[in-house]
Design a binder for this molecule. Structure first.
Ligand code: XMP
Length: 326
């Protein structure tokens, strides 16, 4: 019988058999798949697993803590954190082109992960152990997709943070290979992962880097992070987050518009709310969110985020628009 408990049991056994006494390493992205894969492997081999989290500084408010604190508390996993915020900001300085940003983020991510990996390998070597396995949160649809050519995937280069270097020396452990997303979420819940991780909506690997239209800077990230946190908080409070596939919040960082606040003129940035409903992200429709909810989000953002003086709503379906603005 195919129950969540059985899946966990079966996978734990399979992992034990595959990995044995060896050590394994697993990259965490902040997303569901890598967290659940890591939690499963941790359950099977405990201390033989080291999780690696590269903090590229492009995650949303609270997400770094979800990995560093909540994931560790829930699983007891050994975690190596690489603070690489400066590295990514430096590499992204002066770059506005979306594909260029993706390339840089993808490239720096692989390099940063390799650096972290080196540190973990050295630590293991000091114990006289060898790291032989790399854990990946590959799902069944990923397996199918990479088997067949798929045109639409080429519209944007979809770097999944955690992309594999070509000259990989590890054997792969892929405990989610037979599972669909909803099963992965159920397994995560069964393993005691917090809802913020298990129910997380899709979020692109390049993170907020492709939601700042224009150059990515620390100040702009800060602005977007605040606006995004408010929008997500209100969407969750309304209960409609279950019906919305995802709601990118986009900062038009190179655009300024005039506003008025108190007796002063403001000259701030607009942000765009992009709530969409979708089955698989290949096509999408803009979500008809209630006006009251939109009003609350707009009021709060313009009151609480000083640099934003205008909130707009994207009412474009996909196609012709894509879900993300870049
Ligand atoms: P688009 O914008 O192409 O997005 O309609 C479709 C889905 O893919 C996500 N997305 C990405 N995911 N790396 C990712 O891992 C990327 O570069 C990337 N670009 C878009 C997007 O959030 C949506 O769920």
């Amino acid at each position: 019988e195919w129950t969540t408990g059985n899946i966990v049991e079966e996978q734990v056994e399979a992992i034990l058999e595959q990995v044995g006494e060896a050590r394994a390493i697993c990259g965490l992205s902040g997303g569901v798949d890598s967290a659940v894969a890591a939690a499963l492997v941790q359950k099977a081999i405990g201390e033989q697993l080291t999780c690696v989290f590269v903090d590229h500084g492009l995650l949303r408010e609270g997400e770094v803590e979800q990995v560093k604190r909540d994931f560790v508390a829930a699983t007891g996993a050994k975690l190596y954190v690489a603070d690489e915020k400066e590295r990514f900001l430096t590499a992204l300085a002066g770059v506005s082109d979306p594909e260029e940003k993706r390339k840089i983020i993808g490239r720096e991510f692989i390099r940063a992960f390799e650096d972290a990996e080196k540190a973990v390998l050295e630590e293991a070597a000091a114990d006289g152990a060898r790291v032989e396995f790399l854990v990946q949160g590959t799902l069944y649809p990923d397996v199918v997709e990479s088997g067949g050519g798929e045109g639409a995937a080429n519209i944007k280069s979809h770097h999944n943070v955690g992309g594999l270097p070509e000259d990989m020396q590890f054997k792969l452990v892929e405990p989610l290979r037979a599972l669909f997303k909803d099963e992965v979420r159920a397994v995560g819940a069964e393993l005691g992962l917090p809802a913020e991780i298990v129910q997380r909506q899709p979020f692109p690997g390049p993170g907020l880097g492709i939601r700042i239209i224009g150059e990515v800077t620390a100040d702009r990230l800060e602005i977007l992070r605040k606006a995004d946190a408010i929008a997500r908080e209100e969407l969750t409070a309304s209960g409609l987050d279950q019906e919305v596939w995802q709601m990118p919040v986009v900062l038009l960082a190179d655009v300024r518009s005039v506003g008025v606040q108190g007796d002063g003129r403001t000259y701030g940035h607009p942000i765009v709310l992009r709530p969409v409903s979708s089955e698989d992200a290949m096509t999408a429709d803009w979500s008809r969110l209630p006006y009251d909810l939109l009003a609350t989000i707009s009021n709060r953002i313009t009151n609480e985020v000083q640099e934003v003086n205008r909130v707009t709503l994207d009412v474009t379906s996909k196609p012709p628009g894509t879900i993300e603005w870049e």
